[in-house]
Design a protein around this ligand. Structure first.
Ligand code: ASP
Ligand code: MG
Length: 405
């Protein structure tokens, strides 16, 4: 049985004409003899409006009720799309998360999927029905509606594709694929024909917003055959592949940037065991993600400086928490800076080729761009720089690595 999963994001179901338009795309998949599962987002802007309604009602709304409100957007699109398909004489029905069911943990607002039961939908395939599923939602073991976090319908689609062993999972969106970098910033950015899961994961978590990061991690885990495509134009899109099937020559596949960064330096930290553990466990307890970390080596004064980055949105909370530990840890100053951007160069080729760091640092130096912090992984080099220069940095790195179209 050829099962295909097609996911349509908010801009692809933005209004009724758009919904009618994608119903033809779905029809052509049905006509080819596929069993089709469609996963939809809310119409664009709807989820934001729903959040505003909740916030205007109370600043302290319980997450469980927040999820009931937020999940309603996807309910509307699933049914409208089903009606449009029925108009084309295609049999099908809408499914809410709990009807599938998509079972999640009892964490509201950002629930993790535990299991997807396939029986009901497989049964519906026997009647040649298309399954139109509301993305972004599930049901907890407490019998309550959950949502999967912003952008979560990507994760719904990939999880469903994995659960049904789908032949492919096509993510239709308002861009026609994954680009070497943000085309709004670097005009010469070009579309990648293919990219490996690992690279995509680095790009997604480094600020490229095409897919929710969780969905990429999930796709990698289950080897989902994933494509990102435009729902507006009939173009090939970008194929996300398992490592090993990657054939492109280019040394580097992309350059990502992240604006939501804050740099924190704790100066004069007494140099003794357990200090870093205390600082970072205080942040971990608040679920604050620490990203880049550097510690200067103490020469003879017996104290060091520890610098790290966190999301700018967590800075106030981090400052309050760390200052509470000042006496115990004995550092001198808490210094923070928010006028910083992280730029990452990502490429599988880093595993086998040297000189990527050299090219990156030389390019930044040539443009008089100062590097605050550096961090690396097997396939990524990230630098923290002043936000005054990030566009220049992205453009010059894009051409230095031969990515210009
Ligand atoms: N509607 C949800 C959001 O806007 C989920 C999604 O679109 O993926 O975050
Ligand atoms: Mg999205």
């Amino acid at each position: 049985m050829n099962i295909v999963v097609l996911k349509f994001g908010g801009t692809s179901v933005a209004d009724v004409p758009q919904i009618k338009k994608i119903s033809y795309k779905i029809k052509s998949e049905v006509d080819e003899g596929n069993k089709v599962i469609v996963v939809v987002s809310a119409m664009s802007g709807v989820t934001n409006n729903l959040i505003e309604l909740v916030n205007n009602t109370s600043e302290l709304a319980p997450y469980s009720e927040y999820d009931v409100v937020l999940s309603s957007g996807e309910q509307v699109t699933a049914a409208l799309l089903t009606i449009a398909l029925n108009n084309l004489n295609i049999k099908g029905r809408s499914w809410l998360g709990w009807q599938v069911p998509i079972i999640t943990e009892n964490t509201y607002g950002k629930a993790v999927i535990e299991e997807i039961k396939t029986l009901n939908i497989l049964e519906s395939f026997k009647n040649n029905e298309v399954a139109i599923i509301s993305g972004f939602q599930g049901i907890s073991s407490e019998n309550r509606i959950t949502t999967l976090g912003r952008g979560g319908s990507d994760t719904s689609a990939v999880a469903i594709a994995a659960a049904f062993s789908a032949e492919r999972c096509d993510i239709y969106t308002d861009v026609d694929g994954v680009y070497t970098t943000d085309p709004r910033i670097v005009k010469s950015a070009k579309k990648l024909e293919s990219i490996t899961y690992e690279e995509m994961l680095e790009l997604a978590s480094q600020g490229a917003k095409v897919l929710q990061t969780r969905s990429v991690a999930l796709g990698m885990k289950y080897g989902v055959n994933l494509r990102v495509l435009s729902s507006f134009e009939d173009l090939p899109g970008t194929h996300i592949l398992k490592e090993g099937s990657y054939m492109e020559k280019s040394e580097i596949s992309g350059i990502a940037h992240s604006l939501n960064e804050a740099k924190v330096t704790l100066s004069g930290v007494p140099d003794k065991p357990g200090q870093a553990a205390q600082i970072f466990s205080a942040l971990a307890d608040l679920s604050i993600n620490v990203d880049m970390i550097v510690q200067s080596s103490s020469i003879n004064e017996g104290s060091t400086d520890i610098t790290f980055t966190i999301p700018e949105t967590d800075l106030k909370l981090a400052e309050r928490t760390i200052k509470k530990t000042q006496e115990k840890i004995g550092f001198k100053k808490f210094i923070s800076e928010t006028n910083v951007v992280k730029i990452s160069v990502v490429g599988n080729a880093m595993r086998t080729q040297s000189g990527v760091a050299k090219t990156m640092f030389e390019t930044l130096a040539k443009n008089q761009i100062n590097i605050h912090v550096i961090s690396t992984s097997e396939i990524k080099i990230s630098v923290l720089i002043s936000s005054d220069y990030y566009e220049l940095a992205m453009r010059s790195l894009h051409s230095a690595f031969g990515l210009d179209a």
